[in-house]
Each structure stands twice: as C-alpha cells, then as structure tokens.
Design a binder for this molecule. Structure first.
Ligand SMILES: NC(=O)c1ccc[n+]([C@@H]2O[C@H](COP(=O)([O-])OP(=O)(O)OC[C@H]3O[C@@H](n4cnc5c(N)ncnc54)[C@H](O)[C@@H]3O)[C@@H](O)[C@H]2O)c1
Length: 316
C-alpha cells in the first residue's frame, strides 16, 4: 500500500476519492487551501500555485507528531491532483487560468523532479468544447472518445488542456506515468435523489452540455485506485465517466433522434454513455460499482419502471 498525496482532497470529489483510497489501505496527505476534518488524513494548507510550497509539501512530513519520526519522511508513491477552480465564473477568467495552470504545472514539475513516478491529473470532459461554448455547439461524432481532436473555447477547459500538454511533455522527459482523467459531471450519493438527476432522466434534451454522462464520486475514487495499481503506461488520457447514459432511452436511438446528422462511429452498447469509458475499462481494468439506476430514489424508480414497461410495449 502506498503513500499518496491528494490535492484538493477537501473538495467535493476529493473527499470521496480519499475514502476509497483509505479503504484500499493507502496513507494519504491532503494538500488544499481548505482543511478537511478527517481523523486519518492530515491536511497541509498549501497554495499549489506557489511552486516553493509545492516542492516543500511533497517532500515533508505526512502528519503532525511529537516527536517527528527519525530520518527523512517517505517519498510519495504517487500524487493525485484534483485541486483547482472546478468551473468558470468562480473568479475572473484570468485568475481561473493563472491558478489552475500554474498549480498543475507546479505539481507535475515538482513530482517529476522529486522522483515520484505516478501522477494522476484531474482534467474534464469540458475539453470536448460543448459545455462552456459560447452558444450551442455539437460534438463531432459519437461516442466521444479520447482520440478526438479537442479545441475548447472557454478559459476553464483551455486551462485543463494546457495541463494535459504539460503532463505529456513531462511524462516524455522524465519517463514517468502521468494519467489524465477527463472527469464527467461528478455526482455524489445524495444527488441521485435531487433535481439534477431527476432532470437528467426526465428532461434529457437539456443535457448535451454534460454529454448525457456522469461519474459517481465513489467510482471516481475507484478509477484513481485503478490508476495507482496499473504501472508503465506513460502518458495516457482517459474519460472518467460511468457506463450508462443518464436517461432511459437506448443510446443510439436517442442520439439518432436528436442529432440525425452526427455520425456514430462504432457500435455502441444499448445504454452506453456517450462519453465513452471503454479505454479506462480496458487499460486500467476499471469496473463501475455505482450505476445510477441503483440509487435513483424510490418513487422515481416506480415511475421509471412504468416508463420502461411502456417502452417495452411499444418496441415489443
Ligand atoms: N465537480 C465536477 O463535476 C467536475 C467535473 C469535471 C472535472 N472536475 C475537476 O475535478 C477536480 C475536483 O473537483 P471538485 O468538484 O471536487 O471541486 P471543488 O471545488 O469541490 O474542490 C476543489 C478543491 O481544490 C482546492 N483548491 C483550489 N485551488 C487551490 C490551490 N491553488 N491550492 C490548493 N487548493 C486549491 C479548493 O480549496 C477545493 O477544496 C477539479 O480539478 C475539477 O476541475 C470536476
């Protein structure tokens, strides 16, 4: 089991990622501007946009103790970098760009120069350019996979793409593994019974911006754990999404009806998510544990049951 530094562990996704990693037996140090109240995890309040703080934090102690253990602290086995402004419009665009790109650069540079051989970086499916486009934009084809050309136009996604390019360069230069996770909309357990998922299911035409896909916060932890287990892949980009489309229509039927002119470039599973997670399943052996239909709240399940029966009648 490893010593893993998680950045942004006090945030929405980070708390679930940390829980999954603790369950797998890892020792965690959290680097974040905000504290995380957790008995087993020390938070070192660190501004990751400051390179000196990053080098220092990655080579320091893992927790407070009196006295500190003898000898140098163990070097991290891996860094999972989640910290950052998690969308546009939290701060002015130039600050989103400055802080997010600088923090990602600092983490990658310091980790590589300190001899850390595994780095996992949070990117976003917004790099596909639809979510924060200026007006309505379409995906070029379905499924949306990692080899498509990407040209996002908004600051948050451009900053994510810059981080991907820094990662690619440093992975080649230092011969380390840097895995990029293009994360879909993070859904925490309580959100399955909230408005967002209700809307995903009942108003699917509103959700092109999320690509009718999501990632369960616990499954994101499972993806990080799978990334820690799998060595030697160098620089890789993975969509980090769950298996299934976020509404009740079979995927191909739904996409054909909405976008008759957009090509579907391969056979898709009956309910496969339009943001494909085929690569992370294949290369990292990821298996989802939390499909949304398992959690959608009870009265909605009954309603879904009825809709499914209606559909079965029509098609059957
Ligand atoms: N939430 C989503 O739906 C979603 C979707 C795609 C990608 N992502 C990405 O996943 C990551 C985690 O997202 P989240 O939803 O948990 O975000 P969050 O805002 O809940 O948490 C981000 C954390 O990063 C910390 N942080 C920000 N700037 C920092 C800095 N300079 N130094 C140290 N800490 C800093 C914040 O204090 C916060 O605790 C982000 O990189 C985000 O861009 C999130």
């Amino acid at each position: 089991m490893g010593h893993i530094v998680v950045t942004g562990g006090s945030g929405k996704a980070g708390q679930f990622v940390i829980s999954e990693l603790l369950s797998a037996g890892h020792t965690i140090l959290n680097l974040d501007l905000m504290s995380l109240e957790h008995a087993k995890v020390h938070t070192l309040r660190t501004d990751l946009a400051d390179s000196g703080q990053v080098f220092n934090a990655l080579s320091g102690q893992w927790t407070l103790s009196e006295p500190f253990p003898e000898g140098p602290p163990p070097r991290p086995d891996a860094v999972i970098h989640l910290a950052g402004y998690a969308r546009n419009m939290l701060v002015p665009d130039n600050e989103t760009f400055r802080s997010n790109t600088q923090a990602t650069y600092n983490i990658i540079e310091a980790a590589c120069k300190l001899g850390i051989r595994k780095i996992i970086i949070a990117s976003s499916v917004t790099v596909y350019g639809v979510a924060f486009a200026q007006g309505d934009t379409n995906f070029p084809s379905f499924p949306v996979h990692e080899d498509l050309d990407v040209n996002p136009t908004d600051t948050y996604a451009i900053a994510k793409l810059c981080g991907e390019r820094v990662a690619r360069g440093f992975a080649a230069r230092f011969g380390v593994d840097i895995y990029i996770l293009r994360i879909g909309r993070v859904i925490e357990p309580e959100e399955y019974s909230k408005e967002i998922f209700y809307s995903y299911v009942h108003e699917p035409t509103l959700w092109k911006v999320h690509g009718w896909s999501y990632i369960d916060s616990r499954d994101l932890g499972g993806m990080c754990e799978a990334a820690l287990r799998t060595d030697g892949l160098g620089f890789q980009v993975f969509n980090a999404t769950n298996d299934h489309i976020t509404n009740l229509s079979p995927t191909k039927e739904f996409l054909r009806a909405q976008f008759p002119d957009i090509p579907i470039t391969r056979e898709m599973g009956e309910f496969e998510a339009p943001f494909s997670n085929a690569k992370i399943k294949k290369l990292l052996g990821f298996q989802e544990k939390h499909p949304w239909r398992k959690y959608f709240s009870n009265w909605e399940k009954k309603e879904i049951g009825m809709e499914e029966k209606e559909r079965a009648k029509v098609s059957g």
